[in-house]
Each structure stands twice: as C-alpha cells, then as structure tokens.
Write a protein that binds this ligand. Structure first.
Ligand SMILES: Cc1cc2nc3c(=O)[nH]c(=O)nc-3n(C[C@H](O)[C@H](O)[C@H](O)COP(=O)(O)OP(=O)(O)OC[C@H]3O[C@@H](n4cnc5c(N)ncnc54)[C@H](O)[C@@H]3O)c2cc1C
Ligand code: FES
Length: 278
C-alpha cells in the first residue's frame, strides 16, 4: 500500500526551497548529525522510504553532484532530513542556515510497503533510522510496529524522541564491542522468525553488512522482507547508471532477472529476495 495522501504514486518535481532550520545534535567522535528542515515542497505527497536529491545553491562549481537523502518527515513546519556529516557535501550541508537556498528533486524511488493487518518489524542501523521516523508517524497502526535500532554512536545523537512518542515499540541496541553486535543480530534473527510465523512484514535500512545479515535471516525464516539500499547516486532519476544493483531470479519481470537495475528508480527499497547484495 502506498501512503501517498491521494492514493496515487507521487510524481517527482524540481523545487527551489529555503532552509527553514538546521538543528545540530550532539557531536561525538565519528558522528555529527543534524536535522535540516526545508520549506515544504508543493508536491502531491510522498511515501516513507522515498528520497530526495539535494544540492544547495551555494555549492557553485565546487561540488557538482547533488546528494541523496531519505525523507525523514514532512509536516507544516516543512520537509526534514536527518543527516550524518560524512564528507565534503554533508559537511557543507551542516553549515546551511535559515534563508539559504537549495535545489531539491523528489520524491524519488520506491518507498516501503505498509501492512496494517499484521505486525511490522523495523530494523535500523545508525543513520538508517531516518526513513522510519516518517514511516512510524504516518502508519495507520503504529502500535503494530516494533523498531530495533542498532547504533555505534550514542543514542542522544539521533532523534529517537520522535519515535518514542509515536506509539512504536522502540528498542535501542548500543554497539560497543563485537559481542554487542552479535547480540543485536541474534535478537533480529529471533524477531524475524517470530514475524514470519505471524505473516508480518520486516523493513530494514542501514549499512550494507547489516542488510546482508538481514537478507540471510529472511531467506532462512521466510519473512516478507524489504531492504533499503544507500548506494552512491549522482542523478537520482535513472539516467547515469551510477547506482545499479543486480536482480535475482525472483525479480518480477523475468526478462530482467539476473541483470543490473537502477537503485534510484527501481529501489532504493527492494524485496530482499529480488536483489543481490555484494
Ligand atoms: C536513497 C539514499 C538515502 C540516504 N539517506 C540518508 C539519510 O537520510 N541521511 C544521511 O545522513 N545519509 C543518507 N544517505 C547517504 C548520503 O547520501 C551520503 O552520506 C552522502 O551522499 C555523502 O556525501 P558527502 O559529500 O558528505 O560524502 P563524500 O565526500 O562523497 O564521501 C564521504 C564518505 O561517505 C561515503 N559515502 C558516500 N555516499 C554514500 C552513501 N550513499 N552511503 C554510504 N556511504 C556513502 C564515501 O564512500 C566516503 O567514505 C542516503 C543515501 C541514499 C542512496
Ligand atoms: S543515480 Fe543515476 S541512475 Fe541512479
């Protein structure tokens, strides 16, 4: 089910928007996170799991390519992205102030499925939490959602308060050592097996090794599972072929099975048995 307000697939557009707010979260070694709020785009709607391409006007010729970010939430205050500063682009986004202009295109790609009749397990690793904030806020039955959140950087660096007030069963798993990671993965495996018995849905977003483990658990227990990929992207609209991933024999179009597809237009959310993770 698509959560677009008008019940049809939202059409992407290109928008010039003002920065409304840029709120830093506590910075710790290895992590500077911030919530960047832009003017609400005049679009038809969006589906959690979709993303936008963002390029501030002041990047000039220094940084040519826009950067992709999951839509975290959209409300009357605007469109909020939750970003981890990693490199040149995100560091410069961190410095944006209210009134700065950005160019944005979106909403792009395919978002997460919704099943209000069965329980849904959300699995987030680090910044992979971002799309689940909007997902939880817009879900017709948030009490049916359980979110397991694994993080190396302290929880106070993430907007987890928004999840705790949304009615979701939220559980955080700090990762300080290998044993913590193994315990988190063991918990995920156990919960996925339970969800499979309940005919529920599993949705995951996070780093590739995390998604690969989840893909393996899904194959083992048969849980209906979607994973959201964070490949590098340049255009976001299927034109540059810089973001491809390979499909499996389960891909719904048989003539495309085993072939590369664009993550930006065919994903970033895929059924876990339909793509190969490197
Ligand atoms: C669909 C999608 C949704 C995303 N959503 C979010 C989000 O909500 N919040 C957020 O903080 N980030 C998100 N990302 C990742 C974000 O786009 C990258 O971190 C960003 O483009 C890095 O730009 P940069 O110029 O700062 O880094 P660069 O200088 O280009 O690279 C710095 C480092 O980051 C790594 N990197 C670059 N791109 C990615 C990527 N796509 N994924 C993982 N590592 C990368 C590089 O390999 C390098 O080590 C998303 C990516 C995709 C494809
Ligand atoms: S980013 Fe250009 S084809 Fe996907």
């Amino acid at each position: 089910m698509d959560m677009n307000e008008r019940g049809k697939a939202p059409q992407p557009g290109i928008y010039e928007l003002d920065v409304v707010d840029n709120v830093p979260f506590e910075s710790v070694p290895g992590g500077s996170h911030f919530a960047l709020t832009l003017q609400k785009p005049a679009w038809d709607g969006w589906t959690p799991g979709q993303f936008v391409m963002l390029r501030p006007k002041n990047w000039g010729a220094d940084l040519l390519w826009a950067r992709p970010f999951s839509i975290c939430r959209v409300n009357e205050e605007g469109l909020t992205l939750f970003i981890q500063a990693k490199g040149r682009g995100t560091e410069r986004l961190r410095a944006l102030t209210p009134g700065d202009k950005v160019c944005l295109w979106g909403p792009l790609g395919k978002g997460f499925a919704v099943d209000a009749e069965h329980p849904t397990l959300l699995l987030a690793g680090g910044i992979g939490l971002a799309p689940f904030i909007g997902y939880a806020e817009r879900h017709p039955n948030p009490a049916g959602l359980t979110l397991l959140f694994g993080h190396k950087i302290p929880e106070r660096c993430y907007p987890t308060d928004l999840l705790k007030t949304s009615g979701v069963n939220f559980q955080a798993f700090p990762e300080r050592c290998l044993e913590d990671r193994e315990a988190f993965l063991a918990r995920i495996r156990e919960q996925m097996a339970l969800i499979a018995k309940q005919q529920g849905l599993v949705l995951a977003c996070g780093p590739q090794p995390f998604l690969k483990a989840i893909q393996g658990f899904a194959a083992e227990c048969g849980a209906r599972t979607q994973i959201s990929l964070e490949h590098r992207m340049a255009c976001g609209i299927g034109a540059c072929l810089g973001c491809v991933c390979t499909t499996t024999e389960k891909w719904p179009v048989p003539s495309k099975a085993g072939l590369p597809v664009q993550t930006c237009t065919q994903g970033p959310v895929f059924w876990s048995d339909q793509i190969v993770l490197e």
